[in-house]
Design a protein around this ligand. Structure first.
Ligand code: NAD
Ligand code: IPM
Ligand code: MN
Length: 353
């Protein structure tokens, strides 16, 4: 199992260090894990002038899976767009064809009170958001800022091809088959042609999955329903931008954005694994970040790329035990719990493992 490790910026190195300790422990227990380290994001710009250097691309191309922390930070916000850290992340996703982004929002029962919603609304929550990751307004052309009629205009293009919609729809239907058999496709077809096509293609693909019950929802309603009654959802499938926004929203139902892992897969289950959150510059370097989303991303890696279900469960069970034993980083802390930093949270996961 060749894994490229890209820690990135901000809290990236702190949280990835804890996830690497978990991988090291599994290697000690006999899994054939090989780690190689590379640069992406702001740290890569600092070292090479580019957010996704050729050397990093060689590393990720040759690896079976990539573990990533997060990229970005205010010190890079004024760089030209092609040098921005976020472009590095987008380039990995695009160049490796990682079109299927799985973002599970699961509420661990111990965190029911960390959620900003009432206990009954979130208890037992288990949603899978399937976000298309290599298309949409993120990559559409034309894009830019230019002078028109004496003033600047900014523009981007929301675009999806039938092929792109069809392949992510299949991923979502297959995910629903393995779960409760319910799929909700989220779009904005009442206004946007691009998402009319989305709805038409998803409806057509549904004919191949008679066991799955498909529903459609407009994205504004979906944002509302996620906080009104999130347990109505099983699998949600949506485009790149709506999926970005809805998954941050869903993360808060589970107590913290620091709890949500993700897998970004190509056609062959090669994958990039990262927490859904960013580089959290406000807490970087303070040993305050929650490493659990990154550690749970390692579990997803073992499950999806390496087919090591047992090792994946072992990590997830260790996380459950840590929470049951009352250990909490600041983002999920409550009165009466054991308040710990990033490193001690990592120690505790290792102990439970
Ligand atoms: P963010 O997710 O970094 O932070 C939002 C809030 O959540 C902050 O208050 C932060 O402290 C908190 N938070 C995030 N992760 C946490 C964790 N593990 N533990 C505890 N608290 C956590 O989003 P932002 O502030 O909008 O973005 C900061 C930078 O990160 C920007 O440069 C942005 O482009 C980048 N970003 C990168 C990724 C990525 O690399 N995948 C994702 C999102 C944002
Ligand atoms: C995410 C992030 C990225 C995205 C940014 C940093 C490019 O917000 O992974 O959710 O928008 O996809
Ligand atoms: Mn995001």
């Amino acid at each position: 199992m060749k894994i490229a490790v890209l820690a990135g910026d901000g809290i990236g190195p702190e949280i990835v260090a804890q996830a690497v300790r978990v991988l090291d422990a599994l290697r000690t227990d006999g899994l054939g894990i090989e780690l190689e380290y590379g640069l992406v994001g702001g740290c890569a710009v600092d070292a090479t002038g580019e957010p996704y250097p050729e050397a990093t691309h060689r590393l990720t191309s040759q690896a079976d899976a990539v573990l990533l922390g997060a990229v970005g930070g205010p010190q890079y916000d004024a760089l030209p767009r092609e040098q921005r850290p976020e472009r590095g992340l987008l380039a990995i996703r695009k160049k490796l064809n990682l079109f299927a982004n799985l973002r599970p929002a699961i509420l661990y029962p111990e965190l029911a009170n960390a959620s900003s919603l009432k206990y009954d609304v979130v208890a037992g929550l288990d949603i899978m958001i399937v976000r298309e990751l290599t298309g949409d307004i993120y990559f559409g052309e034309p894009r830019g800022i230019e002078m028109r009629n004496g003033e600047y205009v900014g523009f981007n293009t929301m675009i999806y091809s039938e092929t792109e919609i069809r392949r992510i729809a299949h991923v979502a239907f297959r995910a629903a088959l393995k779960r409760q058999g319910k799929l909700c496709s989220v779009d904005k077809m009442n206004v946007l042609e691009c998402t009319q096509l989305w709805r038409d293609v998803v409806t057509e693909v549904a004919k191949e999955y008679p066991q799955v019950s498909l529903s459609h929802m407009l994205v504004d309603n979906a944002a509302m329903q996620l906080v009104r009654n999130p347990k109505q959802f099983d699998v949600i499938v949506t485009g790149n931008m709506f999926g970005d926004i809805l998954s941050d929203e869903a993360s808060m139902l589970t107590g913290s954005i620091g709890m949500l892992p993700s897998a970004s897969l190509d056609d062959n289950n090669k994958g990039l694994y990262e927490p859904i959150h960013g580089s959290a510059p406000d807490i970087a370097g303070k040993d305050a970040a929650n490493p659990l989303a990154t550690i749970l991303s390692v579990a997803m890696m073992l499950r999806y790329t390496f087919n090591q279900e047992e090792a994946a469960k072992r990590i997830e069970n260790a996380v459950k035990k840590v929470l049951a034993a009352g250990y909490r980083t600041k983002d999920i802390d409550e009165a009466g719990m054991k308040s710990v930093g990033t490193k001690v949270m990592g120690d505790t996961v290792l102990a439970m493992l």
